[in-house]
Design a protein around this ligand. Structure first.
Ligand SMILES: [Zn+2]
Length: 227
């Protein structure tokens, strides 16, 4: 994320809206009125529109002709397909790592696990929730394929949107322990078992997301964005 001083107005709107989505204040279906956003941020509609287009590229926002922009609502099928696509990409990455993972890669993954454990120990649920998908982003980066990173990054943004609805009730410690087990298996070269664990990991997240679906009340924009 860019520093406060160098952020353009568009970037600021993107950051504030993304933050509000991840903090579960802006829930799927919330209407994003361009005029209201312009007043709240003190910018013109063109700037607001640029920010909404940027967010739409990451699928956090849906823009519909005649209906305007709103926070993306995903169907059960889209939720399943998102988790399936993440698992498929990461299984291919595990195949590649099975042939090419080195001790430097393993130590990077372990450093990330330590950050997750620290967040848990400090009871920083928001940080823990953010770091969990970052583990998978890091895993994919180890395959050194920028196109794959890009596709996976977009899917991760969708996953964050899905799980942001439930993160207070996710068993983060269990998910983190599965990450640790995954790193052990990669280090031991047990790629078949690592892939099975990864598939199960995403199946759990998917089941949980579909089972615990709740519609929270929509907050007024000003309150949701804390402006
Ligand atoms: Zn995970």
């Amino acid at each position: 994320m860019s520093s406060l001083s160098s952020r353009t107005p568009t970037e600021r709107i993107v950051d504030v809206l993304t933050e509000a989505v991840l903090a579960q204040r802006l829930i799927p279906g919330t209407k994003l009125n361009e005029v209201e956003l312009g007043e709240l941020f003190g910018v013109g509609r063109t700037t607001v529109r640029q920010a909404l287009i940027r967010l739409a590229q990451d699928k956090l926002v849906t823009i519909e002709h005649n209906r305007g922009a709103y926070i993306t609502t995903m169907s059960d099928l889209e939720v399943r397909e998102t988790f399936e696509a993440l698992a498929m990409i990461e299984c291919s990455v595990l195949d590649k790592l099975g042939r090419a993972a080195n001790s430097f890669d393993i130590s990077k993954l372990r450093q990330h696990l330590q950050a997750q454990e620290r967040a848990h120990a400090q009871r920083d649920a928001d940080l823990e929730f953010r770091l969990a998908p970052d583990f998978h982003v890091l895993l994919v980066r180890l395959a050194h394929n920028r196109v794959l990173n890009d596709v996976h990054g977009r899917l991760t943004a969708m996953e964050r949107l899905i799980t942001s609805q439930y993160h207070e009730t996710f068993d983060q410690q269990h998910l983190c322990s599965e990450h640790a087990k995954l790193v052990d298996l990669i280090e031991e070269g047990q790629i078949k078992q690592a892939k099975a664990l990864l598939m199960e990991h995403y199946r759990e997240l998917e089941d949980y997301s579909l089972r615990q679906k709740v519609q929270k009340p929509i907050m007024p924009l000003k309150e949701a964005l804390r402006l």
